[in-house]
Design a protein around this ligand. Structure first.
Ligand SMILES: [Zn+2]
Length: 394
């Protein structure tokens, strides 16, 4: 929209619909009068817009608001659990996950399929992703769920402006146009496909699940990603490529990484490095051995914690973020990981003696990224409800 021309009627309505829906999303249970007070719109305008959002199933009008005192009672408005759902997809190196999440954040259905996606041609993995998405769509139909869009979490560099997956070192992929590929395989014309980095989407899901406004979420999988949230907003860099914690160089003589460099963090502290060092087949077996007090297993986790602390201390020294949230496999290993990690941070972060650092376990664990992917769709609908309504009625 050009700032120098007056806004047209549709542009004004689009802007105001987003204001109204945003107010309802922020304050579930709010009345029409409350929305008017919050947005500065007239009560009549709010009423018209709310009616339209209710008929599009974006808002639920739950009847009289619980409020003491005289006067006409307002009705209580909230995001509708029967409205559009986000279909979340996570393409990980060793699994494909899908889920359906409603506007209130409730997960209505989810599935995880183990898969060895490493260094497979993108077309073969995408065929599996297509099957998983079609399966999710079938469940949506059975549950009478409208899918408002597909959100995809990937372990790689996603260009914010185009949605293009520029590079995913652990998958061995370069320049994959995921929105086009998925639209082709799911035959859902008009359903938007949003793509994001898995660590960033996981951080957004953690924020929604109650993480503080400033934190670094570390997702420890085969790769290691960081999602940085500052002041309640994700910071992923100028072009969306930020947060590649796994490729922090921590040892100049370390092993060669999938990215081609030497001594990257994920080669020393990623899931595979821990499993190899512990001699465990998978994370489940590792946890069993840790619970049994196995020495090799706990030495492997302590070593990973020290390398992770080395890399994370740089992040904390640079950004002064008070909280680290451990997600993915690190959430499962938290009981054994957090003490040696905290000790390393305490020793390396300069402000640590007087500015405490909190290391906490993710509320969502390995589900964070797929949930964040589904939620990204819902965030975009709440930010621009008119586009969703127009697509539905087209
Ligand atoms: Zn690397």
């Amino acid at each position: 929209m050009s700032e120098s021309r007056p806004a047209g009627q549709h542009t004004v309505r689009r802007h105001n619909s987003a204001l109204v829906l945003g107010a309802i999303a922020e304050s579930p249970g709010i009345s029409r009068a409350g929305v008017a007070a919050r947005t500065g719109l007239t009560k009549a305008t709010v009423s018209t817009l709310v009616d339209r959002l209710v008929s599009a199933a974006l808002v639920r009008d739950a009847g009289p608001e619980h409020r003491a005192g005289p006067g006409r009672r307002g009705t209580s408005l909230s995001l509708s659990p029967t409205g559009p759902h986000g279909l979340g997809v996570e393409i990980a190196v060793d699994y494909i996950a899908t889920c359906l999440v409603d506007l209130t954040g409730e997960v209505r259905w989810s599935q995880v399929r183990e898969a060895d996606n490493r260094d497979r041609p993108a077309g073969r993995v995408l065929a599996r992703v297509g099957t998983a998405v079609r399966d999710a769509l079938r469940h949506a139909t059975e549950l009478s769920i409208t899918v408002g869009g597909i959100g995809v979490a990937v372990p790689g560099l996603v260009e914010a402006s185009s949605g293009l997956l520029r590079r995913a070192p652990n998958l061995g992929w370069h320049n994959v146009d995921l929105p086009a590929e998925l639209s082709k395989r799911t035959e859902l014309p008009g359903v938007p496909v949003l793509v994001g980095n898995e660590a960033n989407l996981a951080a957004l899901a953690e924020l929604r699940a109650g993480a503080p406004a400033d934190f670094v979420h570390v997702s420890g999988e085969i790769g290691i990603g960081a999602g940085i949230v500052l002041g309640g907003e994700l910071y992923d860099g100028t072009r969306g490529f930020g947060g590649e914690l796994g490729h922090f160089p921590v040892s100049s003589r370390g092993p060669v990484c999938s990215c081609g460099a030497r001594g990257c963090l994920e080669r020393l502290a990623g899931q595979e490095a821990i499993l190899t060092r512990a001699g465990a087949a998978d994370p489940g077996a590792l946890v069993e051995r840790l619970e049994a007090g196995d020495r090799a297993a706990s030495a492997a986790v302590r070593s990973a914690a020290r390398w992770l602390g080395t890399a994370l201390s740089s992040v904390l020294n640079l950004l002064d973020v008070p909280t680290v949230v451990l997600g993915g496999t690190y959430a499962r290993l938290y009981p054994w990981l957090h003490e040696p990690l905290r000790a390393e941070l305490q020793a390396r972060v300069l402000s640590a003696p007087w500015a405490s650092i909190e290391v906490r376990r993710s509320a969502l664990g390995t589900e964070a990224a797929v949930r964040g992917a589904a939620t990204s769709v819902l965030r975009s609908i709440v930010a621009d409800p008119d586009t969703f309504i127009a697509a539905r009625t087209a």
